[in-house]
Design a protein around this ligand. Structure first.
Ligand code: ADP
Ligand code: MG
Length: 642
């Protein structure tokens, strides 16, 4: 891959030409060749080595900015003026070489993401009018039925129509364990079908798949600048100007005032110009964030920009949503309590019928419970005027009757609740259960009953909250659920700060209050119900983002897998990235300081200055590439292999 890229790039050819011309000039000088030949070689080396630098420097100058390329070119020209052509050519060679290497690191990062595209099969088998036909995946339409054999990759996002299998979704979620899937489960483009033959219905075009969106998202993130990066860029520009002014003064005044030898003084000035140049400093931050974002994406953690790495690395507080985040989000119906003349199974059937249009986890639990009891649901045509009131419940008309299902206190405001029913509600709550009420509003206004749900904690919730506490990060919980239920979940986890009974809008308000106290705050939710809060948090983290467009849009960091402990991985990646940035900044600043001292104290020779300067630029790039992209990648491959 390196070779292919090297052969294809003009920059690389020019770097090689610079080196050849430089060597030719050195040898012809040794061999006492005619001056015209030597000069021709020197000029060639300068032209080839300086071409791209001149172009960038002129572009920047036109915007009134002095950048590194200009300093380097001036130093090379200066060296030529005092007859040090070879030193100047070495400088141009090393400078363009290190630019090429920087470009390589960037391409390597792009390539790491682009590799994901190769996970798409080129063709797939669709079934059309009972006939199987092989077509390119570009031609797949929404609604097409596609056959997928064991060992094949899924071509487009879709849902299983027939068959069961286990799928390797590691490319998307970073999770190495295969996931079992059956009829009506979603499947994602680029994932691998391990066992059974499947027939799926395409739900997205190939170009709109989750995988395609991830690639696009990461590429955008790679281009987005983090605060540190902007700071250093501004500093770099001012600093470059200062260096230039200082060196000019250095060239003019000492010979004029103190009568120092002009040539020696000029030589020193050129060395100073080179070693004081902040090349390594300017590249140190972007290259680290770039590699971290790419490395994270390959593990199923999407950062929408380096800024979020910075915030997560110094995170002080986390707000968890309860349902679906701390809990499994797969509640089960535990109690059906009916009043009036309606039976328990009639109540469950009615509630499931009304909730059949809702995507809420509680609604899904009702549907599962109804189908477990083999209660038939009418085709939803009988359902009219369905309205979902987020955080409150739903209302709808079923034939001539209208109903509401939802939060009990809210319903009790509309229709007074009987003493005995209220007592039952309290006892469910005391048992830590989530309760919804069912009321009829037309023709008669009456309570029909209560349904209670239990939603077990996620297995790793305990460990993750503990790990956050260990890092001295405050943990809070947000929920629309009842106070007692909230406490039941929060207490065993050791979460002291609990905000319960919140409507979706109130979640946003509370979050903003928290953010005023603590700017380094992240909100973690499952993305679907919590989109507004995620969008408003300083850092919104969506859990289980694969398959949820809303999560991809509204969150800043998306954990594609559905495992809570991925949050800790995200924190670790952020901290490692910021550590590398700090190392790089300290290294490059120390380097500049030492080399400047070298110029004044030991009269540092030009070639050595050039070598040290360009070497430090290459070192910061490699540090980022190796510790943030290559090492984690090798570790991950080893993990997947075992
Ligand atoms: P959480 O904050 O725990 O994620 P939500 O904000 O989604 O919970 O919902 C809060 C409360 O609103 C639920 O506990 C329930 O009482 C009620 N509710 C919301 N949506 C529905 C629904 N589709 N059906 C019945 N009740 C609902
Ligand atoms: Mg929720």
């Amino acid at each position: 891959m390196i070779l292919r890229w090297f052969a294809s790039s003009w920059e690389v050819r020019l770097v090689c030409l610079t080196l050849l011309a430089l060597l030719a000039s050195i040898f012809s000088e040794r061999a006492a060749a005619p001056l015209s030949l030597i000069t021709a070689f020197n000029l060639t080396a300068y032209a080839a080595g300086g071409y791209f630098g001149t172009r960038t420097a002129l572009q920047q100058l036109r915007q009134g900015e002095i950048d590194i390329d200009l300093l380097m070119l001036l130093a090379a020209v200066g060296a030529a003026l005092i007859g040090e052509w070879h030193e100047g050519a070495i400088l141009l060679f090393l400078f363009s070489l290190s630019n090429v290497l920087q470009e390589f690191v960037i391409q390597r990062n792009r390539g790491a993401i682009r590799d994901l595209y190769q996970l798409y099969p080129e063709e797939c088998t669709i079934v059309h009018a009972g006939q199987a036909k092989l077509i390119p995946i570009r031609e797949v339409n929404i609604g097409d039925r596609i056959l997928i054999h064991p060992g094949e990759r899924i071509p487009v996002d879709g849902r299983i129509v027939t068959g069961t299998s286990s799928l390797d979704e590691s490319t998307l979620t970073g999770e190495s364990l295969p996931v079992d899937k059956g009829v009506a489960d979603p499947v994602f483009a680029g994932t691998l079908n391990l066992q059974g033959a499947l027939e799926i219905r395409a739900e997205q075009l190939a170009s709109d798949s989750t995988l395609a969106r991830i690639v696009q998202l990461v590429e955008e993130a790679q281009d987005r600048k983090a605060p540190t990066q902007r700071l250093i860029e501004t500093f770099g520009k001012r600093y470059s100007t200062t260096v230039l002014i200082f060196v000019l003064a250095w060239l003019i005044f000492p010979p004029l005032i103190w009568g120092v030898d002009f040539r020696n003084n000029f030589y020193r000035g050129m060395v100073l110009l080179i070693v004081a140049c902040p090349c390594a400093l300017v590249i140190s931050t972007p290259v680290a964030y770039l590699s971290a974002i790419t490395g994270a994406a390959r593990r199923g953690l999407l950062f929408k920009g380096g800024a979020f790495l910075e915030t997560l690395a110094r995170l002080r507080a986390v707000a968890f949503d309860k349902t679906g985040t701390l809990t499994q989000g797969q509640p089960i119906v535990t109690d059906v309590h009916s009043v009036a003349d309606i039976s328990q199974s009639e109540l469950l059937q009615l509630a499931a019928q009304i909730e059949s249009r809702s995507e809420h986890p509680l609604a899904k639990a009702l549907l599962r419970a109804a189908s477990a009891q083999k209660l038939a649901l009418d085709s939803s045509e009988a359902l009219h005027d369905f309205v979902n009131e987020p955080g409150l419940g739903v209302r709808a008309r079923l034939g001539e009757h209208s109903y509401r299902i939802g939060r009990v206190p809210h319903l009790a405001d509309l229709l007074p609740i009987a003493e005995s029913l209220s007592a039952t509600y309290d006892s469910f709550c005391a048992a830590g259960k989530t309760v919804v009420g069912v009321v009829q509003l037309h023709p008669a206004q009456r309570w029909l009953g209560l349904i209670a749900f239990a939603d077990p904690l996620r297995e790793d919730a305990d460990r993750v909250v503990q790990a956050l506490h260990d890092r001295k990060i405050q943990v809070a919980m947000f929920t629309g659920d009842h106070e007692i239920v909230a406490q039941r979940i929060a207490q065993p986890l050791g979460i002291a700060e609990v905000h319960s009974g919140l409507l979706p809008g109130e979640k946003v308000d509370r979050l903003q209050q928290l953010a005023e106290r603590q700017a380094a705050l992240a909100m973690i939710g499952e993305g679907v119900n919590d989109a507004p809060a995620l969008a408003h948090a300083p850092v919104g983290i969506a859990l289980g983002g694969a398959g949820s467009d809303i999560a991809l849009d509204s969150a800043d960091v998306i954990l594609m897998g559905n495992r809570l402990s991925l949050i800790i991985d995200a924190l670790e990646i952020s901290q490692r990235a910021c550590r590398v940035v700090t190392q790089n900044i300290i290294f490059s600043l120390t380097g500049i300081a030492l080399l400047i001292a070298g110029v004044f104290l030991i009269n540092l020779p030009l070639p050595l200055g050039v070598l040290a300067h360009e070497g430090s630029t290459i070192i910061v790039c490699l540090n980022a590439l190796i510790s943030l992209l290559l090492v984690p990648e090798i570790r991950r491959k080893r993990q997947l292999a075992t």
